[in-house]
Design a protein around this ligand. Structure first.
Ligand code: CA
Length: 224
């Protein structure tokens, strides 16, 4: 999951970014409304965490512009404790949910998962193909009912593939899911994670389509 974090407070922004990355999410952090506009116009995110009080261009304006472009990316608005009118305006402007500062990280993560799940139109939170299952809520992966331990990044790659079983996901798209801006990655990182995933889960459900990307599911022609 790739999240855009819009927050002008350095301490809050830094700790949220680190916490999200610690959960294996790709978190990009911008500190003002114009940078948020630019990021949202040029990149694709699974969710936006939007502070309303921002220098330059405030959060509501960013949200209004996003929706005016027909962009339905899920947005959680972050407001101060006593700012009920802000919350109402946020929801009226097209926010999907809101959080009141200060909030617990666990609550933020649960709301992010719920939002992305609803947005993706999936009623059930557990993803899977054949006897391979991944639960984004508990972060459990099982194959044939047997739990498999994955690193945060292996988990993120597998989740991206299982969100659309059978669909080819490009390496660039997987890299997007793993890394925020400014984080260096080895050019072969995704191949390495795929190799590790096949070692842990078996090589019958995870496939490479040369030059195109990867998919999860029963093998199709031309894949290996
Ligand atoms: Ca602020």
């Amino acid at each position: 999951m790739r999240v855009l974090l819009v927050e002008d407070d350095t301490m809050i922004g830094e700790s949220l970014r680190d916490a999200l990355r610690g959960q294996g999410l790709a978190a990009d952090w911008v500190r003002d409304g114009r940078a948020a506009d630019a990021a949202l116009a040029s990149e694709r995110f699974d969710a936006v965490l939007l502070d309303l009080g921002l220098p330059g261009r405030d959060g509501l304006e960013v949200l209004r512009a996003l929706r005016a472009r027909g962009d339905t990316t899920p947005v959680i608005v972050v407001t101060a404790r006593d700012a009920l009118p802000d919350r109402v305006r946020g929801l009226d402007t097209g926010a999907d949910d809101y959080l009141v500062k200060p909030f617990e990280l666990d609550e933020l993560l649960a709301r992010l998962r719920a939002l992305v799940r609803r947005h993706g139109g999936r009623a059930h939170s557990v993803l899977g193909v054949a006897d391979l299952q991944l639960d984004p809520a508990t972060r459990e992966v099982t194959r044939g009912g047997r739990p498999v331990l994955l690193s945060a990044r292996e988990f993120a790659v597998l989740q991206a593939l299982l969100e659309r079983p059978g669909a080819i996901v490009s390496r660039a798209r997987l890299e997007d899911r793993l890394y925020g801006w400014g984080e260096e990655l080895e050019s072969n990182a995704i191949s390495v994670y795929m190799h590790q995933l096949r070692k842990k889960l078996g090589d019958d459900l995870l496939h490479t389509v040369r030059g195109l990307g990867y998919y999860a599911g029963p093998a199709k022609d031309g894949a290996r």
